[in-house]
Design a binder for this molecule. Structure first.
Ligand code: 13P
Ligand code: SF4
Length: 357
C-alpha cells in the first residue's frame, strides 16, 4: 500500500529522496495467476538460465519492480554484467559504460535507478544533476575506482607537468574532477589520440593503458590499478582452452593483461564483445570477461556455444531484485556528488561523450 506523497513535493535543501518522493510500502510478493500472466513474456527471455521451478521466486519481484517503476516514473539503467533477470526482465536501457553514460544524459524520467557499480551511478548523476539517481546497494564499488584518489592525480600532474590526463570512467567523481577527459574501453585509443601530443597519462588501469599503447604511437604513462575480475585471466589458461579446441574464438575485455589480449581474436568493450558475437556468430566462443555477460546474450544467439570461465564481479553482484525493489519503495540509496567537484568532473565526462566518433 502507498504511504504518502502521490506527487513529488517541492524539494527543500537537505531533503532526502524519500522525503521528496514519499515512501511506498513493499508490495506483497506472491506467485499467482496474475503475476504469472504479467511475467510470462519476460520468462521467455531467461528460460535458458532460470529453471521453470525457480521462476515463481523471481517473478513476484519482477512484476512488483515493473509496476513500481511505472508508478514512480523511473527508468532502470543496467550494465551488461548484471544478472539475466535484471538485464532482461526489469532494465529499460542496457549497455556498456559509454552507452549508459550517453543514455543517462538523454533519459526523460525524474528518477534513474542504476543497476551497476557506484562510479556508473555517479556518472549518471554528473550528467543529470537535476535528476534523482539511486543505486540499490551503495557498497557496489570497483577495484579500479578504488585504486586512485584525486590527490594521486594532483601528484601525477606535478610530476608530469603539461601531460594531458585521460581517466577511465571506472573512477570516482573526485578523480574525474582532476582530469582533462574521461575514456571507456571502447573509445580509449581515440581519446588518447585526440590531444595530438606525443605523451599522455592514461589512468588508473595499467592493463587498459598497455593495451591502448599497443594500438597507438602516443607514449602512454599509467598507474598500477587493476580490475580484480579481469586480472585473474592468464595466457596459460587461454592456451589450455585453445589446446582443447583449436577452433574456439577468444574475445577479451581490454582490462585483461596484455598477453591475454594478444591471444584474443577480438578485444573490446562489453558492447563491442556483444556486437562481435552477434555479427560473427562464431560456433564456439570463449568470453574472457565477467561471467553474466555470456548468459545475457546467449538467448539472442542460441547457435553459439559459450565457454565461460566463471569470474564474477562481486560488486556488480551486489545488485539484486530485492534490493532494486527496496530502492524503488524507499527511494534509496541516493547518489550525490559534492558540488565543489561536480562541475569539473562533469566537464571531463561531457568532453568524452561529445567527442566525434
Ligand atoms: P565496459 O565499459 O566495457 O562496459 O566495462 C566496464 C567494466 O566495468 C568492465 O569491467
Ligand atoms: Fe570494476 Fe572489474 Fe567489477 Fe568492472 S568487473 S566493475 S572493472 S571490479
Amino acid at each position: 500500500m502507498r504511504a504518502e506523497a502521490e506527487t513529488r513535493k517541492p524539494a527543500r535543501p537537505g531533503q532526502s529522496a524519500a522525503e521528496r518522493f514519499g515512501v511506498i510500502a513493499r508490495p506483497p510478493l506472491e506467485w499467482n495467476a496474475e503475476v504469472e500472466r504479467e511475467t510470462a513474456h519476460l520468462y521467455e527471455r531467461v528460460r535458458h538460465h532460470i529453471p521453470e521451478f525457480e521462476w515463481p521466486v523471481y517473478a513476484p519481484y519482477v512484476a512488483a519492480i515493473n509496476r513500481l517503476k511505472a508508478e514512480r516514473g523511473a527508468v532502470i539503467l543496467a550494465h551488461n554484467y548484471q544478472t539475466p533477470e535484471i538485464f532482461h526482465c526489469v532494465a529499460d536501457i542496457v549497455g556498456d559504460s559509454l552507452q549508459l553514460a550517453k543514455e543517462a544524459g538523454k533519459v526523460d524520467a525524474d528518477i534513474i535507478v542504476q543497476c551497476g557499480v557506484h562510479f556508473m551511478a555517479e556518472t549518471s548523476k554528473l550528467l543529470n544533476p537535476e535528476k534523482t539517481v539511486l543505486i540499490p546497494d551503495m557498497k557496489a564499488g570497483c577495484s579500479l575506482s578504488e585504486s586512485i584518489t584525486g590527490a594521486d592525480v594532483r601528484l601525477l600532474r606535478e610530476r608530469y607537468p603539461g601531460v594531458p590526463v585521460v581517466t577511465y570512467v571506472n573512477t570516482s567523481a573526485e578523480v574525474k574532477a582532476e582530469t582533462d577527459i574521461c575514456c571507456t574501453s571502447s573509445n580509449a585509443v581515440q581519446v588518447v589520440e585526440s590531444f595530438g601530443v606525443d605523451t599522455v597519462l592514461c589512468i588508473p588501469d595499467e592493463y587498459l593503458a598497455q593495451n591502448v599503447a599497443a594500438q597507438t604511437d602516443v607514449k602512454i604513462l599509467t598507474w598500477k590499478g587493476h580490475c580484480e575480475v579481469h586480472e585473474r585471466f592468464t595466457a596459460e589458461e587461454l592456451q589450455a582452452y585453445k589446446d582443447a579446441d583449436p577452433e574456439i574464438e577468444i574475445i577479451a575485455h581490454p582490462e585483461c593483461p596484455v598477453e591475454v589480449v594478444e591471444m584474443a581474436d577480438y578485444a573490446g568493450s562489453t558492447a563491442g564483445m556483444i556486437n562481435y558475437v552477434r555479427d560473427q556468430r562464431p560456433p564456439k566462443v570463449l568470453l574472457v570477461t565477467e561471467c553474466s555477460m555470456a548468459s545475457n546474450i546467449q538467448s539472442e544467439v542460441p547457435e553459439v556455444e559459450f565457454v565461460k570461465p566463471c569470474n564474477l564481479c562481486p560488486h556488480m553482484k551486489r545488485i539484486t531484485l530485492p534490493k532494486i525493489l527496496d530502492s524503488l519503495c524507499e527511494m534509496k540509496e541516493e547518489v550525490t556528488v559534492d558540488p565543489s567537484i561536480a562541475a569539473r568532473a562533469r566537464r571531463a565526462v561531457e568532453r568524452m561523450v561529445n567527442l566525434k566518433q
